[in-house]
Ligand binder design. Sequence first.
Ligand code: GLN
Length: 194
Amino acid sequence: MKVGVLALQGDVREHLNSLGWLGVEAIPVRRVTELNEISALILPGGESTTISKLARTFGLFDEIKKKIQNGFPVYGSCAGMILLADRIVDGIRGQETFGGLNITARRNAFGRQVDSFEGEIEFKGIGRLNGVFIRAPWVEKIESGVEILATSHGHPVAVRQGNILATSFHPELTEDNAVHRYFIDQICQTSKGK
Ligand code: GLN
């Protein structure tokens, strides 16, 4: 199985490393030809507005959207969660998302006091892990079909809907690969990705 990391902006290298440590073949994706070589995709942390604009520029936007709708396994961390949300709050005017997750995500949700922080969270199916939050979104509203896997400050910060996994925090910035392993074992191995 080959996993792609959308490599337009953000912490691409860190996700590639996390996958590499798990022994999973991983490539950066900047073109449609690369998108067609992979069987799962990670949307990294970074800046969601920049990533979605660049995805349009590189002709990837509609292709990714279509794949997600067709059951392609995809995991988004932080900005990646925003990009997977069907609805967002506090986006910039006209901000587009790939969608697929039946949630409303609030950008830059944690207040100024806790803008960026680390904290222990309980992740369903994994157990305790250290969450690194950097100007992170939270799930403001959840609709049918979405399972909550972790919460922090009273809001969901890890969710799953079928082939789609999203976390507000950044496992790729830690040496704990449990969330990447969860994505590979629980979603990629069981979904109908190529
Ligand atoms: N606030 C950023 C955004 O809106 C996300 C921050 C992150 O990915 N660390 O895209």
